[in-house]
Design a protein around this ligand. Structure first.
Ligand code: MG
Length: 166
């Protein structure tokens, strides 16, 4: 663990998608074997959508819904890794890079304990971060609300940015 973290901006992102029959379930760019998948205009990756919104928020940029509207045919079936790559490019041009990322995935099923490391590694690679700068937690909703009934999957992400212009 490095101790040289300097955080100049913090961003928060959340996302939630309904689950529909199908599969696999894509989380953080990783296809998790499951009999349900996220209903979405894009690939429905709640992790990458929450991370994208956290990055945009930290930089003070318009949110993911404004930037990648589901009314735009170009975003139909979009690989959400593209959103991350494009937003990272904008951040870098604005003088910021991510320093660390903390992610909480909310899902009653599937059990994610066996997949957290691969999700962490995937997201770390997408952000150009060492895996020890990325944390992935998974929580159920104790059977409560839509997530708890297995009707939806959600994610909360917090990102720290460092200025590269000072
Ligand atoms: Mg979304």
């Amino acid at each position: 663990m490095t101790t040289d973290l300097i955080i100049h901006r913090i961003g928060l992102g959340t996302d939630l998608h309904r689950l529909v029959a199908g599969g696999p379930l894509r989380l953080g760019g990783v296809d998790i074997p499951f009999e349900y998948q996220a209903a979405a205009h894009s690939d429905g990756d709640v992790v990458l959508h929450a991370v994208t919104d956290a990055l945009l928020g930290a930089a003070g940029l318009p949110d993911i819904g404004e930037r990648y509207p589901d009314s735009d045919p170009a975003n139909k079936g979009a690989d959400s890794r593209r959103f991350i790559a494009e937003v990272l490019g904008d951040l870098r041009r604005s003088g910021f890079v991510p320093v660390n990322l903390d992610i909480v995935i909310q899902a009653e099923r599937p059990k994610l304990s066996a997949h957290k490391a691969s999700i962490r590694d995937s997201v770390a690679q997408l952000l150009g971060l060492s895996p020890d700068r990325v944390a992935v937690k998974a929580k159920t909703n104790e059977g409560l609300d839509a997530i708890g009934r297995g009707e939806a999957v959600g994610c909360v992400a917090v990102v720290g940015l460092m200025s590269i212009s000072c």
